[in-house]
Unconditional design. Structure first.
Length: 89
């Protein structure tokens, strides 16, 4: 197979890999930021004795944090097959 045909056939896969990696990074940052905000606000609530602050932040951020973390985890698992990662990598 000529070199130009090989590059053309791998082009869509390369684009898919770049898109998946970008999405993974966005989800990773999202759940890390959301989780950090959740914990910091809870800490502030404990320090000032505001139980409504501790409970309120969980009500507001627990679901989005969990969804972002779950999506990042599942995407990372799928990417291990798409990128052909080995356990020794």
């Amino acid at each position: 197979m000529p070199q130009s045909e090989s590059n053309a056939s791998s082009e869509p896969l390369h684009g898919l890999r770049r898109a998946l990696m970008a999405l993974f990074k966005v989800l990773l940052v999202a759940f890390l930021v959301l989780g950090s905000v959740l914990v910091i606000v809870q800490l502030i609530g404990v320090i000032i004795g505001g139980s409504s602050l501790v409970v309120g932040v969980v009500d507001a951020l627990a679901l989005p944090t969990t969804v972002a973390a779950s999506a990042a985890g599942l995407l990372g698992f799928a990417m291990s097959y798409i990128f052909h990662w080995k356990s020794s990598d």
